[in-house]
Ligand binder design. Structure first.
Ligand code: DX5
Ligand code: ZN
Length: 217
């Protein structure tokens, strides 16, 4: 059976009780913690920053999967490493010198990811693909939790999986936005092997059970 990585997004967690939600993820079948960093410039919303990442790191018993939705992410690589990031994903659209940024993330001893917005063709990742550990396909326009999955993403997932099979079969293909227990199977079938879920986990009556369902294909 295919192993699916599940990375619950803390954006939908209860910020008054973050410790409780972190412990729930620690005890669950989830693999990673997904942390959404928004600067109010690259995306029209501001989320949380380095002090929160540092606090999460103190309790988290699983890797921190940090998704930077910020302009000029290269300015903060060391800061996120020091805050406890294990995987650092930057946006294709936010990096003028993406190759250099990826090398810097890897030199800082983190896994390097590249994310693409819904309008960005995955064909543009062909040359960076051999260098990276993870591709993050945005299946909503980034900035907010709780939006609906954009159907066209399925085609993009298959396209990047086919490309990866040739140049980097080990690369993780992660999907973020509108993923839930109704559509996760078709997302995996299209070629994804990592799922981010915010509202589908924290909005569920039983978040632990929702995580377990997302792991089951
Ligand atoms: C959106 C973020 C997502 C978000 C997903 O900009 O990158 O990680 O938290 O939330 P859901 O799963 O509710 O779409
Ligand atoms: Zn995200």
């Amino acid at each position: 059976m295919k192993k699916i990585i599940v990375s619950p997004s803390l954006l939908s967690a209860d910020f008054n009780n973050l410790g409780k939600d972190i412990e729930m993820i620690n005890r669950s079948e989830a693999d990673w913690f997904h942390l959404d960093i928004m600067d109010g410039v690259f995306v029209p919303n501001i989320s949380f920053g380095l002090p929160v990442v540092k606090s999460v790191k103190k309790l988290a018993q699983k890797p921190l999967d940090v998704h930077l939705m910020i302009v000029q992410p290269e300015r903060y690589i060391t800061a996120f490493k020091n805050a406890g990031a294990d995987i650092l994903t930057v946006h294709y659209e936010a990096c003028t010198h993406l190759h250099r940024t990826i090398q810097e993330i890897k030199a800082a001893d983190m896994k390097a990811g590249v994310s693409v917005n819904p309008h960005t063709s995955v064909k543009l990742l062909e040359d960076i693909l051999p260098e990276i550990d993870l591709v993050l396909i945005m299946s909503v326009n980034p900035g907010f939790g709780g939006q609906s999955f954009i159907k066209n993403s399925l085609k993009k997932i298959t396209e990047i999986r086919n490309l990866a099979n040739v140049v980097n079969p080990e690369v993780i293909i992660e999907v973020d936005g509108g993923v839930d227990t109704n559509n996760h199977r078709e997302i995996v079938k299209a070629g994804a092997n990592a799922l981010v879920a915010g509202s589908a986990v924290f909005g569920a009556e039983n978040p632990t059970e929702a995580i377990a369902k997302l792991k089951t294909i």
